[in-house]
Design a protein around this ligand. Structure first.
Ligand code: GLU
Length: 475
C-alpha cells in the first residue's frame, strides 16, 4: 500500500509570513491537493524568546488570505512538550541520546582551541558515552542539555525532490543538542524539563503526523542529515524531502527585509489579489510548460512535484504587477468594490456606496495594476480633487473656458446618463467649433483632477450631477 500524501508547512512565529515560506506553503498545499492528501499547519514556537502571538496571528491571516486552507492544525509545538520529553527519555534509554554537562564557557574554550589548530569547530563528544570510556564527573549546579548521538561514520543520502541526490558524510556532523534547559520565563512544562530544538521537534512531529513529503527552503539542507539520522534512531519511516532554492531580490541578492517588502500582508495592503500572488509565487520556482497565468484549480491539477526549479528565482515586481493587473481585469466588480472600500477606509475615506464603487471598478479596472490604483481613481468621487497648476495651464485655456461654461449650463438640465451627457458634449463642441481632444482634457482636469480618464461621459455618470456642476462653477 502506498503511503497517504500528507504535507505540512511549519512556520516559526518570529515575524511575518515570508514570501519564501508562502511559496513553500503553496507547493505543500498544492501537492497534497493534487494527490488527494492532507495539508497540516504547524506553528514551530519553541524559540520561546522570539515567538509572539502577533506573529502567529499574522501567519494565520496570511494563510487564510492566500486561501491555503489546512486540514489539520494549527498544531503548536509548545503544546506538545510532554511528547518531546517522552521521546527524549526513550532515546536516553536506548542510548541514541545522552546528557551533556559542558558549560557554555567550556564549549567556547573547546571551539577556541579547535580554531587555533585550524580545525572546523564541532562538539568533540566529551560527554558522549562510549564503551570503555570514562565520562567526567557530573559538575554541581550545571543544567545539562541532551544531545543526539549522531552516527560517527557512513554517509547520509537522500534523493531530493528538487535538487536530486544529496550525500553528506556523518563525519561532517556533530552531536546535535535536542533538548535545552528552558530560558527564563518559559511556560511551566518547559521550565521543568527543557525545550526541544528545531531539528528534534521537527522530526518527532513529522513522524507523529505521518508527513510523507517535506517541502521547505534550501537553507535547511544542512539540517536534513541530522533529521534523517534522528528518524532512523526513532525507527520512523522517512518522508521525502524537497528543498526549494531561495528567492533572490531584483538586485540578485537574497530577498530580505532590507530589500523590498517580503511579507505577504504587505502585498495585500499594497492592493494585490491573493490569486495573483499565488499564481506569481507558483511560477517562481516551478513551471508547467509555458503557462504564465493559471488558476488555483489548474495548479492543483498540474502540481505533482516535478518541474521544480533547482536554481534560485529572482523576484520580479514588474511581472507580479502584470499578473495582478490580469486578475484585477478579470475580477468581479462587486468584489473589487469591497476591496476598494477597505483601501479607501485605510486613507480615512469612509464610503458605503458599494454599488457606486462597483461601477467605478468596471470603468477603471482595465487600466489598474492594483486595488490601490483603483482606490486612487475612486477617491475623486468622495473627496475634492487637487488641481495642479500645470494641468490647469495646459488644458483649461482661454480657448475652452467659454465652452466649459455652456457645457455646465447644459449639464444642469440633461438626463443624468451617459447618452445624454454625450449628446450635451457634442452640442457644446459644435456650438464652439471645438474638437473633443480640446474640451475633454479640460473637463477631466476640473472634475477628476487629471487630464486622462476613460471615456468622460461614462466617468461623469459616476458623480452626482451637483458635484460636477460644483467642480465647473469657478470658471
Ligand atoms: N520552522 C522552520 C522554518 O520556519 C520549518 C522548517 C521546516 O519546514 O522544516 O524555517
Amino acid at each position: 500500500m502506498t503511503q497517504k500524501v500528507r504535507t505540512r508547512i511549519a512556520p516559526s512565529p518570529t515575524g511575518f509570513l515570508h514570501l519564501g515560506t508562502a511559496r513553500t506553503a503553496l507547493y505543500s498545499w498544492a501537492y497534497a491537493r493534487h494527490f488527494g492528501g492532507e495539508f497540516v499547519l504547524r506553528i514551530e514556537d519553541t524559540d520561546v524568546a522570539r515567538s509572539t502571538q502577533d506573529s502567529v496571528d499574522q501567519i494565520l491571516a496570511s494563510m487564510q488570505w492566500l486561501g491555503l486552507n489546512h486540514d489539520e492544525g494549527p498544531v503548536y509545538q509548545m503544546q506538545r512538550l510532554a511528547r518531546y520529553h517522552a521521546v527524549v527519555e526513550e532515546m536516553l534509554a536506548a542510548g541514541t541520546a545522552y546528557r551533556c554537562y559542558a558549560t557554555p564557557e567550556e564549549l567556547d574554550a573547546m571551539r577556541e582551541a579547535q580554531r587555533a589548530r585550524g580545525e572546523k569547530t564541532h562538539y568533540d563528544g566529551r560527554w558522549r558515552p562510549e564503551p570503555g570510556k570514562r565520562l567526567p564527573p557530573i559538575p554541581a549546579g550545571v543544567k545539562p542539555v541532551v544531545r543526539f548521538a549522531n552516527p560517527q561514520s557512513g554517509v547520509v543520502s537522500w534523493d531530493d525532490l528538487v535538487k536530486g541526490p544529496i550525500h553528506i558524510s556523518n563525519s561532517e556532523i556533530d552531536d546535535l543538542i535536542i533538548l535545552r534547559p528552558a530560558p527564563e520565563g518559559a511556560p511551566d512544562g518547559a521550565a521543568a524539563l527543557g525545550v526541544p530544538t528545531y531539528n528534534f521537534a521537527v522530526v518527532v512531529d513529522d513522524s507523529d503526523m505521518a508527513i510523507s513529503h517535506v517541502f521547505r527552503g534550501d537553507e535547511h539542507i544542512n539540517n536534513t542529515p541530522w533529521q534523517i539520522n534522528i528518524f532512523r534512531a526513532l525507527k520512523a519511516p522517512l518522508p521525502q524531502f524537497g528543498h526549494c532554492p531561495i528567492i533572490l531580490g531584483d538586485d540578485g541578492q537574497k530577498l530580505s527585509k532590507r530589500r523590498g517588502a517580503v511579507s505577504v500582508t504587505a502585498y495585500e495592503d499594497a492592493g494585490y489579489l491573493p490569486e495573483a500572488m499565488l499564481n506569481y509565487l507558483a511560477r517562481l520556482g516551478w513551471s508547467h510548460g509555458d503557462e504564465e497565468l493559471f488558476s488555483r484549480e489548474q495548479m492543483v491539477q498540474w502540481f505533482d512535484g516535478s518541474h521544480l526549479a533547482r536554481s534560485p528565482a529572482q523576484w520580479d515586481p514588474a511581472k507580479l504587477a502584470w499578473v495582478n493587473a490580469h486578475y484585477i481585469k478579470t475580477a468581479d466588480d462587486a468584489r473589487l468594490a469591497g476591496l476598494m472600500q477597505r483601501q479607501l477606509a485605510s486613507r480615512g475615506v469612509l464610503v458605503d456606496e458599494l454599488e457606486l464603487l462597483a461601477r467605478a471598478a468596471a470603468l477603471f479596472k482595465d487600466r489598474c495594476t492594483t486595488v490601490v490604483e483603483l482606490a486612487d481613481w475612486a477617491e475623486m468621487l468622495f473627496v475634492p480633487v487637487k488641481l495642479r497648476d500645470e494641468d490647469l495651464a495646459t488644458h483649461v485655456t482661454a480657448a475652452v473656458v467659454p465652452a466649459l461654461r455652456s457645457l455646465r449650463s447644459q449639464l444642469a438640465d440633461v438626463a443624468w446618463d451617459k447618452a445624454s451627457i454625450a449628446a450635451a458634449l457634442k452640442e457644446t463642441l459644435a456650438a464652439h467649433q471645438l474638437k473633443m481632444p480640446q474640451l475633454a482634457p479640460a473637463l477631466r482636469v476640473l472634475v477628476c483632477g487629471r487630464p486622462q480618464t476613460p471615456s468622460i461621459d461614462a466617468v461623469l455618470t459616476l458623480f452626482p450631477r451637483h458635484q460636477v456642476l460644483e467642480r465647473l462653477q469657478h470658471l
